[in-house]
Design a protein around this ligand. Structure first.
Ligand SMILES: NC(=O)c1ccc[n+]([C@@H]2O[C@H](COP(=O)([O-])OP(=O)(O)OC[C@H]3O[C@@H](n4cnc5c(N)ncnc54)[C@H](O)[C@@H]3O)[C@@H](O)[C@H]2O)c1
Length: 357
């Protein structure tokens, strides 16, 4: 079977997770690595079989012509990397959430990917965790009766966490399309972060078949006292006519439903467990076009539209219909419309983690 060559761009936290998982998988060979930080590049090289190195992703892609162009750079760097991967002739682009910071960029990225006919995946790899899969299994079994609500909350701020909440609850809900959203937001402190966000955003989504989505992210979101790790205080689940099932990123899963009463089990998000499974599905999809990756771009782009529509609504007010029909700059909208009133936090720890306490 063909061994697929890979160029990994960005040798930070997530880039190293990806590169090491590609390196450990016999279906891939890490042909090149790229970072603008030469010390990081050198340190990474020894762990990855001394691949080709460079600081210019586009030039390295043209030189190496990798089968897979993977980039794990900060959220402001998406479009130029997508271009670099396509111009390097890659068959598959793999990149990190959030998909894009604005719908204007989302539309450009989507057009480029469609026109080039390349496959693309976005790393929402929590879904490989056994506790996430258990919730999906319970919902799909019908044990909750008619599902009427899916929900997600995270204390971490929007550009870090909201795409995760939407992705996994869309999955619980059978990936039904969304029809409209409405949201509100508060707090300007994190607008200048490298994951720029309002300090708190909360909103509703109308999914097809009348299922309600409820999301909140940031300092106003509730504590999850059962979970020790602050970034793991995310709760996502589904409610139906006969029960509920939910996952806590670092707190396992629990359910009450008609077939089993109360059940629960420990579990925590683990990059070392989840990333290799995500990488293996890349090989599966490259080998067989019918084995579409669970984290495929088309699905992630639907989630991104929901996330960006929530921001449009938070900035301008009112409901926003989906699918979006024009690309706008949601970051600029938020910067223009968010008031100076500081966020009201749900607990002391949120204030501390936001640098406000
Ligand atoms: N899926 C997840 O669970 C998860 C978890 C954490 C972070 N992320 C996402 O991963 C992405 C990267 O986050 P991170 O924590 O790995 O960041 P990081 O800062 O640790 O790494 C980013 C790397 O990119 C490099 N870089 C910057 N500009 C570059 C350029 N032009 N060319 C080449 N390299 C460049 C930096 O020098 C740095 O080494 C973000 O979008 C973040 O939201 C996802």
């Amino acid at each position: 079977m063909k061994v697929h060559t890979v160029l990994v761009v960005g040798m930070g936290k997530r880039g190293m997770h990806h590169a090491q998982a590609f390196h450990a998988n016999p279906r891939f060979r890490v042909a090149g690595i790229c970072d603008i930080d030469s010390a990081r590049l050198e340190a990474a090289s020894a762990k990855l079989g001394q691949p080709a190195r460079g600081s210019d992703a586009a030039a390295l892609a043209r030189e190496l012509k990798p089968d897979v162009f993977c980039f794990c750079t900060m959220p402001h760097l998406r479009l130029p990397m997508i271009r670099a991967g396509i111009e390097g002739g890659a068959s598959l682009l793999a990149f990190e959430k959030p998909v894009t910071l604005t719908s204007a960029e989302l539309f450009q990225v989507r057009d480029l990917i469609q026109r080039a006919g390349v496959r693309a995946v976005v790393s929402h790899q929590h879904r490989y965790g056994a506790h996430y899969r258990k919730v999906r299994e319970i919902v799909a079994s019908g044990a909750l009766g008619r599902v009427h609500t899916v929900y997600g909350s995270a204390t971490g701020w929007m550009t870090h966490m909201l795409s995760h909440l939407i992705e996994y609850t869309r999955w619980f809900n059978g990936e039904a399309p969304a029809q409209w959203v409405m949201a509100s937001a508060a707090g300007r402190h994190k607008l200048r972060d490298n994951h720029p966000s309002p300090d708190y955003i909360a909103g509703f989504v109308q999914y097809a078949h009348g299922v309600r989505g409820i999301y909140e992210c940031g300092a106003g979101a509730p504590d999850q006292p059962e979970v020790a790790k602050w970034w793991g205080k995310c709760r996502m689940g589904a409610q139906g006519t006969e029960g509920f099932a939910e996952v806590l990123t670092n707190g396992g899963w629990r359910t009450v439903n008609r077939s089993g009463g109360y059940q629960a089990e420990e579990g925590a998000m683990n990059y070392d467990h989840d990333t290799p499974a995500y990488i293996q599905e890349i090989a599966d999809w490259l080998d067989d076009p019918a084995r579409v990756h669970a984290c495929n771009f088309a699905g992630a782009a639907q989630g991104a539209e929901i996330m960006l529509a929530l921001q449009q609504s938070a900035a301008r007010g009112g409901q926003v219909a989906l699918p979006l029909t024009e690309g706008v700059d949601e970051q600029a909208l938020l910067a223009r419309h968010l008031t100076e009133a500081p966020v009201l936090a749900s607990c002391e720890q949120n204030l501390k983690e936001f640098g406000l306490g």
